[in-house]
Every structure is written in structure tokens, then in C-alpha cells.
Design a protein around this ligand. Structure first.
Ligand code: IPM
Ligand code: MG
Length: 403
């Protein structure tokens, strides 16, 4: 007979679940203390941290930094903007501290207003590194970077999408805290809160309003995942009421992934808001439609801090084969353009985007192949800076888009 005092599998699971509930209810309380957005027009200096990351990261982030420093040279000379290099967000240093972001690195990140981050290696079982949490996921949680904003644009097709992916909840919130109840039963937990849903949906509608967009599309699977996705949808309904000028619609994630491939209708979509995992998946699809995940930039935005990054990985093989200087910095520079917009330099951001379009999609005077058969990242940076400064940038860009 089993000892009645030995906790059964169910009891052990209940205890584990109770701890998660407490942790998440505390989190909800913190979310209720709604912070104000930082107003960068009032901040001096705006501190921009550069995190090289792993693999090709230091190479492409050096290039992105050079371009940003060049564009912001006036702001740097008046002391409105300062750049800081933050060392130590490397897999070697993270593994030696057994922390996804070592404390001293996190302190430096917290001291900056915004950071530009090169790709960081995420350990997976069997790759030789300890199984520490992804630096991205940790940074999103530590700084409460709740909005993952990912634009995808194909001007000649009329595609101008912006995805607002919730970045702190859903299956990611306690993704490492699932339970093997028995040998045969594994359970993970999906977390969706009213506050977390409201702030991302609100950010999507506010973006639409600011940028003259007329439609927000909410994506869920609320027909099946009734409680959590049902909440997300309910909150969307209530947020939409405060934006009478913007129409909204709701789609299920499966048909949404299909619709993004529907060339006849896809350019009708404008702004999307969606829970974390659906957003993770669909933004890779969308980036691929634009030309590959290597072409897209990504912003992780919180009210008082933000981190900007490329969506691609650290390409360790390029470094091993001595080709890191041929890595394409353009998606990290796209992220840099989002940073410019975020801290109040929207005109510089728009110019940089046009120059990137010209250099990577239209004129393409240089091509980057990732090897010595193509240009280096530095040559590309020079080409980009020359283009961004050219007097006829706007008319050239319009010429390409309309041809
Ligand atoms: C992304 C990535 C990350 C995620 C990984 C690297 C943890 O896929 O930024 O989309 O799943 O969010
Ligand atoms: Mg992803």
C-alpha cells in the first residue's frame, strides 16, 4: 500500500501549478502599475547601448553603429545622444556565469534607454553549451519589453504590414516551467492577462492612428483555445471602441498564414496584433515573403526601455570559416532605423529605410554573398551612407517603387 503521506503525482503537479499561479498573480499586480512612456524629446542624453552578441554579431553591429553614428552626428555633437559599447553578452561569458544575461551586463543595459543587439546564441540540448534561457527571452522579461514590433514592406506590391506581437506572455511566460505529471503526461501552461493583452492591442491601434492606417487585424485561434484567446479577443473588442476611426477584424491563425500568401488580397492587411507564439511564427513567414528572415528588423519595446535586433541568428559557421566580414548588416541596420524612429528621429529613420530599399532591393550596386565573391559589410555600409546622403534620395526611391 502506498504511504498516504507521499504526495501523488497529482498533488505534486498541483503544488507546482499553485506556485505558477502565485507568480503570475504577482505579475498582474505589477502590470496594473501602468508606467508612462518615456518622452525622448525630454531626455538628454539619450543613451544608446550597442551589444555585439555572438558570431557575426560584433561585425554587423559595428557596421550598424557606424551608420547610426553618422546619421546622428549632430545629436552626438550637441550631447543629445551618446553611444555606449556593452561587452559581455556573449555565449562564453553567459555560460561562465550560468546566466542568460550576467548581472553586470544587465545593469549596463538598464542604464541605457535603448539598445541595438547583435544576434545571441540560444543553447539547445546537445550543442555543448549549458541550457541557459535565451538572452532574448530574458531581456524581454527583465525589461518588460512587451511589444515585439516587426514591419514587413514590399513597396512595389503595396505591402506595408506591421506586426505587434505580444512579447512576454502566452506559452513563453512560463515556457520552462511545464510539468511532467507522470512519465506519460506532460503539461505546459499558457498565460494571457487582461493587462498584457490590452497594452499590446492598444499599441497596435495607437500605431495605426499615428501612421494613418485604417485597419487593425487581430489573430487568434479563439474557436479552439477558448479561454486565453477568448480573453485576447474580448480585450480587442473593448480597445477598438476607443478607436472609432479604425476598423478591425479578427482572423484565426491558420487561415491568416494562408492569406499572407494570397497575392490578390494580402496588401489589404495593415497592422496586426497577436499573442506571442502566433506572432513568432507568422513574422518569420512574413519576413520570408519580403525576401527572407535576414531582411527584417525587429523592435522589442517597453514603456521605459527598448531593444532593437535582427531576426536572424549568429551564423557561427561564417565566423569559423573566416567570412564574418562578409556578413550582411542590413537587417540590423533596419532595426537601427526603427530605433531612430522610436527615440524621435522619424525623418532620419524614413531616409535610412529608403536608402536601405535602394541598396538592397532596387539599385543593388553592391551585392553581399556572405563570401569574398561579394562585398564586405563595411563596403555595404559605405554605399548605404553615400545613398542616404544623396540629394535625390526621395525621387530615386519613388522612381524605383513606381516603375
Ligand atoms: C524571435 C526568435 C526568438 C523567439 C528565439 C530566439 C527565442 O525566434 O525573436 O522570433 O522565439 O522569440
Ligand atoms: Mg522567431
Amino acid at each position: 500500500m502506498t504511504d498516504p503521506k507521499t504526495p501523488t503525482a497529482i498533488d505534486a503537479a498541483k503544488t507546482h501549478f499553485a506556485a505558477i499561479l502565485e507568480q503570475q498573480l504577482d505579475r498582474v499586480e505589477r502590470l496594473k502599475q501602468d508606467l508612462e512612456w518615456t518622452d525622448y524629446s525630454q531626455v538628454k542624453p539619450i543613451k544608446i547601448g550597442i551589444l555585439g552578441g555572438d558570431g557575426i554579431g560584433p561585425f554587423i553591429s559595428a557596421e550598424a553603429r557606424r551608420v547610426l553614428e553618422y546619421l546622428l552626428r549632430d545629436a552626438v555633437s550637441t550631447g543629445k545622444v551618446v553611444f555606449r559599447d556593452i561587452e559581455g553578452l556573449t555565449i562564453e561569458n553567459r555560460a561562465s556565469h550560468m546566466q542568460s544575461i550576467p548581472d553586470d551586463v544587465l545593469a549596463e543595459i538598464r542604464d541605457c534607454h535603448v539598445t541595438l543587439k547583435g544576434p545571441t546564441h540560444t543553447p539547445e540540448k546537445g550543442d555543448g553549451w549549458p541550457n541557459i534561457e535565451s538572452a532574448n527571452v530574458s531581456m524581454r522579461k527583465a525589461l518588460d519589453l512587451f511589444a515585439n514590433v516587426r514591419p514587413v514592406r514590399i513597396p512595389q506590391e503595396g505591402i506595408d504590414w506591421t506586426f505587434f506581437r505580444e512579447n512576454t506572455e502566452d506559452l513563453y511566460a512560463v515556457g520552462s516551467q511545464g510539468i511532467n505529471v507522470t512519465e506519460d503526461l506532460a503539461i505546459d501552461f499558457r498565460v494571457i492577462t487582461s493587462q498584457g493583452s490590452r497594452r499590446i492591442i492598444e499599441a497596435a491601434f495607437a500605431h495605426a492612428q499615428r501612421n494613418g492606417k485604417s485597419r487593425v487585424t487581430i489573430v487568434t485561434k479563439a474557436n479552439i483555445i477558448k479561454t486565453t484567446d477568448g480573453k485576447f479577443l474580448d480585450i480587442a473588442r473593448s480597445v477598438a471602441e476607443s478607436y472609432p476611426g479604425i476598423s478591425w477584424d479578427a482572423w484565426y491563425i491558420d487561415i491568416m498564414t494562408a492569406k499572407l500568401l494570397d497575392e490578390a488580397r494580402r496588401n489589404e492587411f495593415q497592422v496586426f496584433a497577436l499573442p506571442n507564439l502566433y506572432g513568432d511564427i507568422i513574422t518569420d513567414e512574413a519576413a520570408q515573403i519580403q525576401g527572407g528572415v535576414g531582411t527584417a528588423g525587429s523592435a522589442n519595446i517597453g514603456k521605459t526601455s527598448a531593444m532593437f535586433e535582427a531576426i536572424h541568428g549568429s551564423a557561427p559557421r561564417m565566423v569559423k570559416e573566416g567570412r564574418a566580414q562578409y556578413a550582411d548588416p542590413s537587417s540590423l541596420i533596419r532595426a537601427g532605423s526603427m530605433m531612430l524612429d522610436h527615440v524621435g528621429y522619424s525623418q532620419l529613420s524614413a531616409r535610412l529605410n529608403k536608402a536601405l530599399d535602394i541598396c538592397t532591393q532596387y539599385e543593388r550596386k553592391l551585392s553581399i554573398t556572405g563570401r569574398d565573391t561579394g562585398s564586405s559589410g563595411k563596403e555595404f555600409g559605405d554605399y548605404l551612407m553615400e545613398t542616404v546622403e544623396s540629394a535625390d534620395l526621395d525621387s530615386r526611391w519613388e522612381g524605383y517603387v513606381n516603375s
